[in-house]
Design a protein around this ligand. Sequence first.
Ligand code: FUB
Length: 339
Amino acid sequence: SCQSPNTSKNAEIKDSTVFLSPPLITSMYTADPSAHLFEGRIYLYPSHDTATGTPENDNGDHFNMMDFHVFSMDSVGGKVTDHGVALHIRDIPWAGRQLWAPDASFANGTYYLYFPVKDKQDIFRIGVATAPKPEGPFVAEKTPITGSYSIDPCVFKDDDGSCYLYFGGIWGGQLQRWNNNVYDSTARLRQGTEPAILPRMAKLDKDMKHFSETVREIKILDSAGNLFKEKDNDKRFFEATWMHKYKGKYYFSYSTGDTHNIAYAIGDNPYGPFTYKGIVLNPVKGWTNHHSIIDVNGKWYLFYHDTQLSGKTHLRNVKVAPLVYHEDGTIQTISAYHG
Ligand code: FUB
């Protein structure tokens, strides 16, 4: 059953908004919602959380997902339709385990689903699958995107039709193992005053299945123009990339992971650098925080998740809240709870 957000319970406080949203989907556990407006409907591409009994650890082995369902609604607050299994891990020829957070795009008359999964060597790569309809079912390519690695792909289509893939996640997402696009299984996490690990991106080829350039790091700078250090872990990048454009500026948002914020930084072009501006969403119930931001006919929304239904960190439920910009283009911080 699906309810519309109960705005009467929501109160504005100073520069942040408390918005109490009900879960959008209660028939299964869903997380990491990537939302898009396709064919006049809102489509959601979330992770499908499942209780497989895999023990919890810092690598996120308990996030042991097997398939994706796509959901759609005609408006925020409208009935949510479950379109069934859009892609199953057994139909990805190169996949080993753990189907993590996906995203989707439309080009060439085709829908493209981007997804991270560990390959048979237990290394996270990013795959792509295609379908003629936004809800799938999607057919996976036989190999991962050449040169891709780590997790949490976000595909951003600019106004000129160019598409860019942003990705990466540290700890269980393995980004710390990739320096200059070379894999080193022994590479360790950064510490203290060492520069924080940076997210990655590359422009996509017109075929949407290859990178058209070498993967590069993107810089997130503080207001003084300096890169964050690992000790700045309430602001530095951890995982959950998202890119959107507002009034000609590029907004790169992400999770700070172990400090559980959704933070954002603004830049003048898709490659950055991006300057840190603040928090989009304060920590939610559960360890992870992962979101998307879209414009639905002039109104902006944040899709996110928490663990209201299960109380378990790996069994999450998708939610939505309105997103408000200040005059200067900064975003009003959203809290999912009172107090
Ligand atoms: O859902 C699995 C992983 O947890 C995602 O890829 C991360 O962003 C975190 O939400």
